[in-house]
Design a protein around this ligand. Structure first.
Ligand code: TXA
Ligand code: MG
Length: 319
């Protein structure tokens, strides 16, 4: 069991000594270490059992600090940074050599973001290095949205979890990259909706093609998986599916008939996709129980964060 608390000074001195600390962000909890310390970075890969080909996101606190990490910020990236940061958006930008190869898996871009979580933003302001932080879960499992989620799986492997309560957004940041002509592409749907990005920079492509052996990292077909059989469908499709005591359901805003109360989770009683996003990962964890064999999962409406929710459900459903 790791120590859990709100002590920024303690988190700071651990990170300065090269140790890892789990940190809250508005999206999900991250497993953080000093981005400039290759030993700390290597330790993150080891604790998560993450393959070395899957690069990390560097978290920082300001555009000034960012300019020390990247060689160039295209106009569109600058506009997005000014509008969406601090917030659930990650930008892929050409990296400076100060970033260790291990952070980027040898790629010439680095993923960067300024998170919107008061404790973590204050911590980032107080340290003189960026924090690399993947989601604080074992590789391939559901991301954590509370300090207890982190503790359940990584508690024995880290010293401290900075507790910022439940995450406000609940799914990971949206990742946007740029080609040589500075055209933007969304590589991972996430906490910043496609619509809100397009309001700032116009039309963007989404390139989130799945594969079990991705050329571009971060696009693994199977991910966010609770280790149960998951069947995805519309409410009407799931309604006709035959159910028994080992069947559970995650639905959008109404209960699925035929499912026991304790196995039935409604993500958004208010019908808002943002509410559903907040509760999605906790729901997948909650239903990861021995007496459940199948989880029926209703697709969210296809707008706003609904796209990212459906992306996570699709990947969770791949064995
Ligand atoms: O919301 C988030 O982004 C959370 C919080 C903690 O900030 N972090 C997070 O990290 O989700 P992680 O490591 O679980 O996911 C980062 C994704 C990976 O899929 C990785 O492959 C991709 O970002 N990525 C990182 N650097 C990249 C790069 N240079 N090019 C392409 N993809 C990159
Ligand atoms: Mg992750």
């Amino acid at each position: 069991m790791a120590e859990i608390g709100k002590d920024i000074d303690h988190a700071k001195s651990l990170l300065q000594s090269g140790a890892l600390v789990a940190i809250p962000t508005e999206t999900v909890y991250g497993l953080a270490g000093n981005a400039f310390n290759p030993n700390a970075v290597a330790h993150i890969f080891e604790v998560k059992q993450r393959p070395a080909f899957d690069p990390l996101i560097a978290h920082t606190h300001s555009l000034e600090a960012l300019s020390g990490l990247v060689t160039e910020i295209p106009d569109a990236a600058h506009k997005l940074a000014e509008t969406c940061w601090p917030g659930p958006l990650t930008l892929l930008l050409p990296r400076k050599s100060i970033i260790p190869d291990l952070v980027t898996s040898g790629l010439d871009t680095v993923a960067v973001r300024i998170p919107k979580q008061a404790l973590t933003l204050e911590l980032l302001r107080q340290i003189e290095f960026p924090l690399v932080a993947p989601s604080a879960n074992p590789f391939g499992y559901v991301s954590p949205t509370t300090a207890m989620h982190v503790n359940d799986q990584l508690g024995s492997k880290i010293d401290y979890i900075l507790d910022g309560g439940a995450c406000q957004i609940g799914i990971e940041s949206t990742i946007v990259g740029f080609n040589e002509a500075h055209q933007p592409t969304i590589y991972r749907l996430g906490g910043t909706s496609k619509e809100s990005i397009e309001k700032v920079i116009g039309p963007v492509n989404v390139n989130d093609h799945s594969s079990s052996n991705p050329k571009a990292p971060g696009m693994l077909a199977s991910h966010y998986s609770p280790g149960k059989k998951i069947i995805l469908g519309s409410f009407d499709e799931l309604n006709v599916y035959s159910k028994d005591r080992t069947t559970a359901a995650i639905t959008f805003n109404q209960p699925l008939p035929g499912i026991a109360n304790e196995h039935s989770i409604i993500l958004a009683p208010d019908g808002e996709v943002t509410t559903a996003a907040q509760h999605l990962f906790a729901a997948l964890r909650q239903l990861d129980q021995p007496d459940i064999e199948v989880i029926l999962a209703e697709q969210a409406p296809n707008h706003g964060l609904g796209l990212a929710i459906n992306d996570r459900l699709k990947r969770a459903a791949v064995k």
